[in-house]
Structure formats: structure tokens, C-alpha cells
Design a protein around this ligand. Structure first.
Ligand SMILES: [Zn+2]
Length: 122
């Protein structure tokens, strides 16, 4: 299962970061998953929740931000978001488009407790 190994690498990366920065806990990890990355967000979420049990990250939530496919047209240079995997420029109808976003699979941020301010108490 592809998503399981990705969930494991996210968990490993967060654990490493937690230790390196001496964080008491990590509340949330956000990842960007491109529509072309081949990763199923629901499956990734399920795998992460399964493997975080019995680790220091058992209360850490995974937030998945899906990144739509964006193409740039070679004819008119318009940048547009593609739906339904239709790789055609909606501005001029050209099929000569380059994918400029959609392959992402990155951790975008970690949410950690603020040492001074409690976010629950504004
Ligand atoms: Zn175009």
C-alpha cells in the first residue's frame, strides 16, 4: 500500500523535527497532496491515524491540503486550474500545456504549542 509508506515517512519526519526542536508535542501536521501525486487523501488519512497509535504523535492530527492541477499554456501562456484531467487550455483551446502544479507531496507546516500564549485562551 503506497499511502502507508507515505504516512510512515510523514510520521518519521515529524518525529525527527519534534526531537530536533525539542518540542513537547505536535498538534497538527499539514501536508500538500497534488491531484497528480497518485496519493489518495482518504487513504493517507486512514494510514496516518493507524500508525500514530503508540507513538509520541498519537494526538497529532494530519491535515491534507489537496493541490489542484495547474497548467500553463505554451501558446497563450495562460495559467489555469485543470478539472477532470482535461489538459486543454480553456483560454485558447490549445493542447500544448505544461503542468506547473499538481505533483506536490510535501509537509507544509507543523502546528506546535505556543510556549507563551495558549491558543485556547485568546
Ligand atoms: Zn492557451
Amino acid at each position: 500500500m503506497h499511502e502507508l509508506s507515505i504516512a510512515q515517512s510523514i510520521l518519521d519526519t515529524v518525529l525527527k523535527e519534534k526531537h530536533e526542536r525539542g518540542l513537547p508535542r505536535v498538534d497538527q501536521v499539514a501536508v500538500q497532496v497534488g491531484a497528480l501525486s497518485g496519493v489518495l487523501p482518504d487513504s493517507l488519512q486512514f494510514c496516518f491515524e493507524a500508525i500514530r497509535i503508540d507513538t509520541e504523535l498519537q494526538t497529532c492530527e494530519l491535515t491534507i491540503e489537496t493541490v489542484p492541477i495547474t497548467v500553463e499554456c505554451r501558446e497563450c501562456y495562460a495559467r489555469t486550474t485543470v478539472e477532470d484531467f482535461l489538459f486543454v487550455c480553456p483560454k485558447c483551446g490549445s493542447v500544448h500545456v505544461d503542468v506547473v502544479a499538481g505533483y506536490e507531496l510535501d509537509i507544509s507546516y507543523l502546528e506546535v504549542p505556543d510556549p507563551v500564549h495558549d491558543p485556547a485562551d485568546p
